[in-house]
Design a protein around this ligand. Sequence first.
Ligand SMILES: Cc1cc2nc3c(=O)[nH]c(=O)nc-3n(C[C@H](O)[C@H](O)[C@H](O)COP(=O)(O)O)c2cc1C
Length: 273
Amino acid sequence: MEYERSAAELIRTRRSCRTFDSKTPDGAVLLRLKDYLKQTTENAGIKARFVLLSAAGTDGKLGTYGFISGAVTFIAGIVNRDEKDAARFGYLFEKIVLFATDLGLSTCWLGGTFKREDFKRQLTLSANEHLAIISPVGYPKDKPRALETAMRAMIGANSRKPWRELFFNKDGRTPLEEKSAGEYAVPLEMVRLAPSASNKQPWRVIWEGSRLNFCLCRTKGYGSMGFDMQKNDIGIAMCHFELTARDLGVPGGWAASPPATTPEGWEYIASWQ
Ligand SMILES: Cc1cc2nc3c(=O)[nH]c(=O)nc-3n(C[C@H](O)[C@H](O)[C@H](O)COP(=O)(O)O)c2cc1C
């Protein structure tokens, strides 16, 4: 088994942490994380790689505009500029985040609020590589800073959209009720709890007979910052769905077979069937 705890337990445990204790994870824990990053890179299936970075010896110069404090260790997710599969990247990075959670570490996806140039100086990147995402990894301080609490409140980080806005029956309009979702109820609930950039939760799922169609409903005006952050979010949702379904023995796998129609403004991504 990939994790010691169930995916659902890890998903419910994970929460972004922005105030870290300066105690670094011990060598054995970091080694396990490093191995996992190596394995994920080897099996990525896309042009991407994942490495561990240390801020030790940089005099706190790895800037996050004050959004993160105390973190010494970071995971960096690097993608080739010509790689279009941001959903797969999101899927892989979230698997890493859940692995770190299983190791008892806290994390925080960062796609925007960090000084890329600072972090890039700690890495050897080729001209074709883009540092898409980083996450601090470590132990949380007992009490989050006031800035963190205020930020969570501002983006509504503790709440998620209700089922009726995310999951639908065949026609793409009638909400799918949790009590009618059968074996998909728990995996879909884990999609609902997923993290997303600015907590926009752009995923929509339509249950159509023997398959569930995952679609992306983009937030108007959401910039791409050199990387398709909302497609990345769909990958996180797919990761939560798949890992939970596998734990629960729900059969299926991913296929790309677009349905005849999707609701206006939604992009079809993939189906679980
Ligand atoms: C792709 C992605 C990018 C994110 N970028 C940032 C960021 O730049 N700065 C930040 O403070 N949080 C960032 N977050 C964290 C989200 O704000 C957070 O996941 C969301 O508000 C839900 O809160 P939770 O993770 O505690 O459940 C990002 C999350 C994702 C998935």
